[in-house]
Design a protein around this ligand. Structure first.
Ligand code: DX5
Ligand code: ZN
Length: 231
């Protein structure tokens, strides 16, 4: 199991595979996550939704705390889909998150807790920090943050639900960001990634693949992990 607290800047190999916990059998979340690590994944991706920025609700800090207790060395990647991420940075950091990613859309240009302050807040909690854009948000909107972040996340579905269809139009955004980000910054893609779409993402420069449905619904998760990596 990976135990690197700076996994994003110092990856053991690329691409990395982060299964989205949202796609697992939630009644058996601990067994499911154990199975994911046994299959060779690099980290867990944990989707947090507020029912406002996205039309769904999922988990809170307690689930991250539970995962941290059971997987003390795991890298926990928390994806905040929230209108007010500033309210939850500290609770998720305290719960054991290693990386916290938030969306640019509700935060850019705000007077208080703008996009820069949020990054400082996340780093100040000792976590790595990611910035995310929705499928139709121009990549140029986060260009000014590329030197401050550890990870850039390009959504390849409209966030809110697992099991949606991959949106190939986001590949241009991924390529644009891939050409401009510093080498130590990871480029992540999330939504609809499966054996048919993983190569499109990787060819566009994506080096961290998030997969929920494809991974957890697979009969052979080790093989699925390798396939998503392109092996
Ligand atoms: C979407 C979430 C994703 C999603 C991935 O809002 O951020 O992490 O659950 O699931 P799949 O791989 O099923 O699209
Ligand atoms: Zn996600």
């Amino acid at each position: 199991m990976p135990s690197r607290c700076h996994l994003l800047n110092d990856p053991p190999r690329l691409p990395m595979i982060f299964p989205s916990v949202l796609g697992c059998d939630m009644t058996r979340i601990l067994d499911e996550c154990r199975s994911a690590f046994d299959a060779g994944v690099d980290a867990l991706h944990i989707d947090i939704m507020d029912g406002h920025f996205v039309p769904n609700l999922t988990m809170g800090p307690r689930i991250v705390q539970l995962l941290r207790e059971h997987f003390p060395d795991a890298y926990l990647d928390v994806h905040l889909m929230l209108d007010h991420p500033e309210k939850f940075v500290t609770p998720f950091a305290d719960a054991g998150a290693n990386n916290i990613t938030y969306h640019i859309e509700p935060t850019v240009g705000r007077d208080k807790f703008n996009e820069h302050e949020l990054l400082r807040m996340i780093h100040g909690c000792g976590c790595q920090a990611g910035i995310c854009i929705n499928p139709h948000t121009p990549p140029q909107s986060i260009e000014h943050l590329l030197i401050e972040v550890d990870l850039v996340l390009v959504m390849s579905v409209h966030p809110g639900f697992g099991g949606q269809k991959f949106m190939p139009e986001v590949l241009d955004s991924a390529r644009w960001l891939s050409q401009r980000k510093p080498d130590h910054v990871r480029l992540q893609m999330d939504g609809g990634i499966n054996p048919d779409t993983t190569a499109l993402a990787r060819d566009a420069g994506v080096d961290v693949i998030v997969a929920g449905t494809a991974f957890f619904r697979s009969d052979d998760r080790a093989k699925m992990c390798a396939t998503l990596r392109g092996e």
